[in-house]
Design a protein around this ligand. Structure first.
Ligand code: FNR
Length: 444
């Protein structure tokens, strides 16, 4: 499915007209969109398509989920001024981001473990994004190795998101692979040096990584594979620390074991489930991942190492405080990404839209500012752009589209969001996203 040539802003301009007329024309014969347009209906449809664990993992936030709510509430405090009679018949959504002129200011945020939403996971997302010219930020916790994602959509613009692991060798290896597989930028996520207190997941006692899900970038990595082999060797050594206490064997334990063994094929190099169940490597891969996943000891000084590992632009994701924006500039970052991880890390944290103007002011146009957390429609994108964001990233809504209708569902969600952005731009009297500024908004 292709809606717009990736580098053709004129095609992007046609998005709103096509999206609306396609939907209304189909309605004449009684069909309504399979992927709901209304954000709440979209989430509800995804809930039906997902297991309880998958929905909890995707929709959930930290603690009492007050940050999730605050992200939305911050949008509700801004209103777009309607401005008629300005000839908006030709509109341009195109934007410069990291040295490349792109058809729209939208990108896809990194979402890990998308195999929980659909078996084609990142491959489907990459194809949908590429067909619309939208850059896709591939997660470090993706379900497919970055090279397979490249092969699924070789012409799509991709960024690679890194969780800075406890092993610098592994970090360097991941960044080398990202560069070799054609990623345009590295996004280093800074807000997950500890995993947030995720209430819904805790209540279900479910973390996908412990089942071997979402660790494909690791199990396909030569440095990580070496760490796993060393761990297994150490396990055979009498001086090694004692193994964790045995878990009770229940049908769930068996299902988890099978899931780990299946995912272990990447690391054992064997397709046989029986062999993978017998091999110590898949379980060791999960344990190694849990050991190296993050490092709470990370500091600004460490960031300099990333420069040695890659020549790609480096964007820092998870910047919310203006002082950190200033430090990002001092550290030579090529971009900052204002995000609170969609409210998944701290309960009752600062909503990103409220933090955006302060970060934009401190950055002063020196590097691009990407924005996410709470974006649910095109009007939200217009608001974030008006407050100074260079580009805006979509998170949960595309996971919901993926759950409902795979690649097509992701495409539908992107297309709907862009159509609403384009219409909002025109109805607010603008002909280009670059014209949006604080005077397009009123504070409620
Ligand atoms: C995320 N997010 C995330 N961020 C990141 O840097 N690496 C990752 O692997 C993930 N994984 C992930 C999984 C799921 C299921 C969700 C919902 C989120 C955070 C993501 O990139 C983005 O910051 C938020 O999703 C934005 O908030 P909204 O738009 O979903 O509210």
């Amino acid at each position: 499915m292709s809606y717009a040539a990736p580098d053709d802003p004129a095609a992007a301009r046609g998005i709103s007209r096509r999206a609306q007329s396609d939907i209304y024309r189909a309605g004449i014969s009684g069909s309504t969109p399979r992927v709901p347009i209304d954000p709440v209906a979209l989430e509800n449809a995804a809930r039906k398509a997902l297991s309880a664990e998958a929905f909890a993992y995707i929709a959930g936030g930290a603690g009492a989920e007050r940050t999730v709510a605050a992200n939305r509430a911050a949008f509700e405090r801004r209103q777009v001024w309607p401005r008629p009679l300005r000839d908006v018949s030709v509109r341009d959504l195109s934007t410069d981001l990291l040295g490349i002129h792109r058809p729209t200011p939208l990108l896809l945020a990194p979402l890990g473990v998308m195999e929980m939403a659909h078996p084609e996971a990142d491959l489907a997302v990459a194809r949908a994004a590429a067909s619309l010219g939208i850059p896709y930020t591939l997660s470090n916790q993706a379900s497919f190795p970055m090279e397979e994602v490249r092969d699924a959509a070789p012409h799509g613009a991709r960024f690679f998101q890194l969780y800075w692991s406890a092993s610098d060798e592994l970090n360097a290896s991941l960044l080398r692979r990202a560069e070799a597989s054609g990623c345009q930028a590295i996004v280093v996520t800074l807000d997950t040096h500890l995993l947030g207190w995720r209430t819904r997941d805790l209540d279900l006692a479910y973390l996908p990584f412990t089942r071997g899900l979402g660790i494909a970038q690791y199990t396909s990595d030569p440095v990580f594979q070496q760490l796993v082999r060393e761990r297994v060797r150490r396990g055979a050594d009498a001086s090694a620390p004692p193994p964790p206490p045995p878990v009770r064997v229940t049908p769930r334990t068996i299902r988890a074991g099978i899931s780990i063994a299946r995912k272990g094929a990447a690391i054992t190099g064997s397709g046989g489930l029986r062999e993978n169940l017998r091999s110590p490597l898949p379980r060791a891969a999960v344990e190694t991942f849990l050991d190296v996943f993050s490092t709470p000891a990370l500091t600004w000084e460490d960031l300099a190492k990333a420069r040695e590992w890659t020549t790609l632009p480096i964007v820092l994701k998870g910047i919310v405080h203006p002082d950190d924006a200033g430090r990002a500039l001092d550290a030579g970052a090529d971009g900052v990404w204002v995000s609170n991880h969609g409210g998944r890390q701290i309960d009752q944290s600062v909503p990103t839209l409220d933090a955006l103007p302060g970060v934009v002011e401190r950055i002063g146009g020196r590097v691009p500012v990407v924005f996410d957390s709470g974006v649910r429609g095109g009007a939200d994108i217009a608001i974030a752009l008006s407050l100074g964001a260079t580009a805006v990233a979509l998170g949960r809504p595309y996971a919901y589209g993926l759950a409902i209708a795979g690649e097509e569902g992701v495409g539908e969600v992107i297309r709907n969001v862009l159509a609403e952005l384009d219409i909002t731009l025109g109805l607010s009297g603008h002909t280009a996203v670059s014209q949006l500024g604080p005077d397009a908004l009123r504070r409620a």
